[in-house]
Design a protein around this ligand. Structure first.
Ligand code: AMP
Length: 299
């Protein structure tokens, strides 16, 4: 079954202590859509400006991503700049130029409205709601968000949470959203805001799932070298929803495996700048890393 992904389609200018790379293909929707495409057909909703390079459109196409929902507007593509410290868990945003995304209120193509799996990747909760309202009867809806929206768009975010099945946040966002320092109590509070499934990302330390059927604690794939972690969270959730859409059975049956496959795709993302490494991953390489995690966690 197919996945709909809405989020930012961006140009990213990224600095690490070792290299600097301007105007890479980035954005929450780009990372998530490519990650999901390893497992299921993907339909993208986003907007780019007239400065968006054709080679990036080709990259989406190489992954079979349907672009009928990708709008081209006059103006500049969303451009984000970020800089990492030697400890790559520490990142600072250098600039965020909204460009054409500022006035983006898409009408979805008719054939997008019946897609069963919906990923509301990181973008303003108002826009996430606008897209969700156009969907007929999705089978499973996951939303991602970030600190910025907790700060500047909390009423919309709380409204959104009442309408999604799952929310993905990192541990500091879970604490920020609930005002609760203990992560397990924070997760309980997030359930009370609406989602039956709460997934908390803990970077290199993996992820926690809290679901109606109980908890699952997943490790991250152990990497010896991280080149650029930008988009790892988006790749995680993209891989996760792609895996769910691509496999028979209920969400409850497949969600634990989906989290492992999401972690695996995120590990490839971290090994190159932008989408460089993710786009070169293969299903065989993904399976190898998933088996490795299985061995690591068996006892
Ligand atoms: P992550 O590393 O998973 O936090 O995701 C980084 C990606 O998010 C980059 O590719 C950025 O283009 C994108 N991004 C940065 N700021 C925002 C924002 N305010 N809203 C949506 N996407 C953003």
């Amino acid at each position: 079954m197919s996945v709909l992904v809405v989020g930012t389609t961006a140009l990213d200018s990224i600095k690490t202590p070792y290299a600097e790379n301007p105007r890479l293909l980035g954005g929450s929707a780009s990372h998530a859509a490519v990650a999901a495409s390893f497992f299921a057909p993907v339909h993208l909703v986003g907007v780019v400006g007239d400065d968006f390079p054709q080679k990036y459109v080709k990259l989406y196409r190489k992954h079979g991503i349907n672009l009928d929902g990708l709008h081209r507007a006059t103006g500049k593509t969303f451009h984000w700049g970020g800089e990492y410290e030697v400890n790559m868990n520490n990142r600072r945003t250098l600039f965020t130029e909204l460009g054409v995304i500022e006035n983006f209120t898409p009408d979805l193509p008719a054939h997008y409205r019946h897609i069963p799996y919906v990923l509301l990747a990181n973008i303003s909760p108002g826009l996430q709601l606008h897209v969700l309202h156009q969907m007929a009867k999705p089978k499973f809806v996951i939303a991602d968000t970030m600190d910025l929206w907790i700060n500047v768009a909390l009423p919309d975010l709380l409204k959104l949470l009442r309408h999604v099945d799952a929310i993905v946040v990192n541990d500091s966002e879970a604490r920020h959203l609930t005002g609760e320092d203990n992560l397990h109590l924070a997760i309980k509070k997030i359930h009370r805001l609406g989602p039956a499934y709460v997934i908390v990302k803990k970077g290199e330390h993996g992820a926690i799932l809290s679901a109606p059927g109980g908890h699952f604690i997943a490790p991250a794939f152990p990497l010896e070298k991280v080149v650029d972690p930008t988009g790892a969270g988006d790749s995680f959730v993209g891989g996760l929803i792609g895996y769910l859409a691509g496999h028979r059975g209920s969400v409850d049956q497949n969600l634990r495996k989906a989290i492992i496959y999401g972690s695996v795709v995120a590990s490839f993302c971290c090994e190159g700048f932008g989408l460089d490494r993710t786009t070169k991953a293969t299903r065989a390489a993904i399976e190898d890393r998933a088996s490795h995690i299985k061995k690591l966690t068996h006892f």
